[in-house]
Design a binder for this molecule. Structure first.
Ligand code: AP5
Length: 215
């Protein structure tokens, strides 16, 4: 399966992507995670990406398309993949289609997790995650067993710097301006599936599973 997972900041894309990865053993390509890793490693890509991420803006298309293209060329992606947070602009979606067509592949579904703004804010404000193994928690909805400590690897949990105040607000604005119109791109191709994300993660996954098993 070659699938795109879409939705606003805090909708639960990363949470669902991890459940899907475990359930179907397919690679997840999460551009936000790739950029955060580059930032923490202080690579050239990280320095470039940080400038935009700190402001809640999208990293330029040519940079983002480049890293996804490289990742999709790797052997583990040839039998299926899940994209989390990419594409986010029409040029990214068009580039993705071209890259896949060049290797005889195509997107089979774009799954959009739809969540009200009130719920998004609640989810973003309470999110903590593990800087090492990347496990995502929520202080109320999905807390770690021991406060502040990752259940999986024992590292100290951290807040994401772009989840704070104005930056989080900007990310939502950028989503509405640049990414929401992209839903029409997939709708026109008959590939868009909308899921009500205002429900517990296991219920959201049940619907996603229903879609994936009919592809
Ligand atoms: P990215 O990391 O992709 O951030 P995002 O799209 O804003 O999405 P989030 O990671 O905030 O949320 P999510 O939907 O994954 O929610 P999560 O599962 O964590 O991108 C960060 C930045 O990188 C961008 O701003 C941009 O600068 C750059 N970037 C990335 N991709 C790019 C691209 N393609 N082009 C250009 N720039 C790009 O859940 C949130 C919280 O809610 C968690 O605490 C979780 O435990 C909880 N939760 C999840 N589901 C549920 C549920 N069903 N019920 C209750 N709680 C839930």
């Amino acid at each position: 399966m070659n699938v795109v997972l879409m939705g606003p900041p805090g909708a639960g894309k990363g949470t669902q992507a991890e459940i899907i990865r475990q359930h179907y053993s397919i690679p997840v390509i999460a551009t936000g995670d790739m950029f955060r890793e580059a930032v923490s490693q202080k690579t050239e890509l990280g320095t470039k990406a940080k400038h935009y991420m700190d402001q809640g803006q999208l990293v330029p298309d040519e940079v983002t398309i480049g890293i996804v293209k490289e990742r999709l060329a790797q052997p583990d992606c040839q039998d299926g993949f899940m994209l989390d947070g990419f594409p986010r602009t029409t040029p990214q979606a068009e580039a993705l289609d071209q890259v896949l067509a060049d290797t005889g592949r195509k997107i089979e579904a774009a799954i959009n997790i739809s969540v009200t703004e009130e719920v998004l804010i609640e989810r973003i404000e309470g999110r903590v995650s593990c800087p090492d193994c990347k496990t995502i928690y929520h202080l109320n909805f999905n807390p770690a067993s021991a406060e502040g400590i990752c259940d999986e690897c024992g590292a100290s949990l951290t807040y994401r710097s772009d989840d704070r105040g104005d930056v989080a607000k900007k990310r939502l604005e950028v989503y509405l301006e640049q990414t929401l119109p992209l839903l029409e791109y997939y709708k026109e191709q008959g590939l868009l599936f909308n899921i009500d994300g205002n429900r517990p993660a296991d219920e959201v996954f049940r619907d996603i599973k229903g879609i994936l098993e009919n592809l």
